[in-house]
Ligand binder design. Structure first.
Ligand SMILES: Nc1ncnc2c1ncn2[C@@H]1O[C@H](COP(=O)(O)OP(=O)(O)OP(=O)(O)O)[C@@H](O)[C@H]1O
Ligand SMILES: [Mg+2]
Length: 465
């Protein structure tokens, strides 16, 4: 599913506590938010991290459990550099863009795109932290991380950046500290105060994550032009991150011309990389509890779906939680399969919740096609036929093909299906063709939880396919 449509594992992890290489230079502002967010998660058991406690009541005895440090398989856990797998090239490009900032010079702006769970936020924060730690002694380098889904207006962005960088250590003893409120000033005053704060730094790295959620890209232009316009003497480097591939191409031309960037597109992980990522976390589990099949299977499932490390981590942990809840001594292949089923159903249920009935009928048509026809990819026209048969069977309104295409677009955005263009050969023309990214059986089960679809029989689904 796409961001925001799914359960806990989709939660952003910007609030997690960095675990490696924290900066400790007192003169330098390290302003990543603290505390552990990740996790409005629904754990299957609350084993914790393997600590042993003595409880008197025999009803609540403590087993040794599957995990020894469950924290490490939380999505929000930020690994040390040596556990960041398969991202060396990106790390090296980003670090060369930031290189001059380490010496107080001007960093290059960077725009990062890539699908969800491909390490964009992790790598950006990691390299930024390394740059700050590496900075030359009398150079003041500030860094700040902003989640634009939380601060999306121009004023929110400016005031949050200002507040995060506004450390009293940057001021001389007799200097008056700039006051940066949340609201209540004209916009130009917010900017003015931000420039005053930034003037205390030689350079600053500003990470704008989920940047496509900004209400206006004007703020990108103002930050990018600040030095050139003599607003501040601080050399600003922006790392802007989005999981919308075209976001930066589609910026308004004035912003684009001010905000010239090194562009990076993060690839999804393949099964081997996911295996390595998981092996870097296997000490979350007690020694010997992971059977050999577990990591390869989690990786295979995850790579097959979307190459998303966040989902892989969630599956890994959920398989462990399932084994733990069943008081098994080991985590086995079967736990992974059942965890995968449960998670998939959860995600899909969340996605479908509140969507129009037409979306459910469209989902049913692609699930039926995937189950009962031999093709992996199904062209739009065939899907539409199946959809019409389903809506007729249950006496439901049928939408036209154009609206049906919009629904397919939405399903693609939400990663329910994958769409590619196929050439049908001479005279056949080009057609969009779709593949379901989920288990069709699970989809049938969930759609049929809706009473309107309950009476549709397997045989009529088979006929529609
Ligand atoms: N290369 C990696 N090595 C180790 N762990 C990783 C790696 N990439 C991602 N992870 C794990 O997956 C989680 C998700 O990665 P991250 O938040 O960077 O994804 P993202 O590309 O920013 O996704 P989104 O677009 O959804 O924000 C990380 O917190 C980390 O736990
Ligand atoms: Mg991210």
């Amino acid at each position: 599913m796409s961001n925001g449509t799914s359960t806990s594992d989709e939660s952003r992890d910007q609030n997690s506590t960095p675990s490696g290489g924290q900066n400790d230079r007192s003169s330098v502002q390290t302003s990543e938010p603290k505390g552990n967010s990740d996790e409005d998660e629904k754990p299957l058991s609350s084993d914790g991290d393997g600590q042993q406690f003595q409880v008197d009541d025999p009803l609540f005895s403590q087993r040794e459990g599957i995990f020894q440090n469950k924290e490490m398989v939380r999505v929000g856990w930020v690994p040390d550099g040596n556990r960041i797998v398969g991202r060396d090239d990106y790390i090296s490009t980003i670090s060369s863009c930031l290189n001059d900032a380490v010496y107080g010079g001007a960093p290059n702006h960077i725009s990062i795109t890539g699908k969800t769970g491909t390490g964009k936020s992790l790598v950006s924060r990691y390299v930024t932290r390394r740059a700050v730690n590496a900075s030359v002694d009398d150079i003041r380098i500030g860094h700040t991380y902003l989640d634009c889904s939380k601060s999306s207006t121009e004023v929110q962005v400016i005031s949050t950046i200002g507040q995060q960088l506004n450390d009293e250590d940057i001021y001389d003893e007799d200097e008056e500290i700039v006051n940066m409120p949340d609201t209540g000033l004209p916009k130009d005053k917010f900017y003015k105060r931000l420039w005053q704060i930034l003037d205390h730094y030689d350079s600053a790295i500003i990470i704008l994550d989920e940047v496509d959620l900004l209400k206006t890209d004007h703020v990108l232009m103002s930050l990018a032009k600040a030095v050139e316009s003599n607003d501040t003497s601080c050399q600003i480097g922006i790392i802007a991150i989005s999981n919308q591939i075209n976001f930066f191409d589609e910026l308004n031309p004035r912003t684009k011309s001010a905000f010239q960037t090194q562009e990076l597109n993060f690839d999804p992980y393949n099964a081997n990389q996911i295996q390595e990522i998981l092996r870097g976390r296997d000490d979350a589990f007690r020694d010997g509890v992971l059977t050999d099949d577990v990591i390869p299977l989690v990786a295979a499932f995850s790579a097959q779906e979307h190459g998303d490390a966040r989902k892989a981590m969630r599956l890994f942990r959920t398989a462990g939680e399932l084994a733990d809840r069943e008081e098994s001594d080991v985590v086995e292949e079967d736990h992974v399969r059942r965890a995968q089923d449960a998670l998939e159903k959860d995600r899909f249920r969340d996605f479908l919740q509140g969507t129009p009935t037409q979306m459910k009928a469209a989902c049913l048509s692609i699930a039926a096609k995937s189950l009962y026809s031999r093709d992996d990819y199904i062209i739009t026209g065939e899907l539409y036929d199946a959809y019409q048969q389903i809506t007729n069977a249950i006496d439901m309104d049928t939408i036209g093909i154009r609206r049906f295409r919009d629904i397919l677009d939405e399903m693609q955005l939400s990663q329910v299906i994958e769409t590619k263009e196929v050439n049908m050969g001479k005279g056949g023309g080009r057609h969009n063709s779709h593949r379901l990214l989920h288990n069709p059986e699970a989809i049938l089960d969930i759609v049929m939880e809706d009473t309107r679809f309950r009476d549709i029989s397997r045989s009529s689904l088979k006929r529609s396919a």
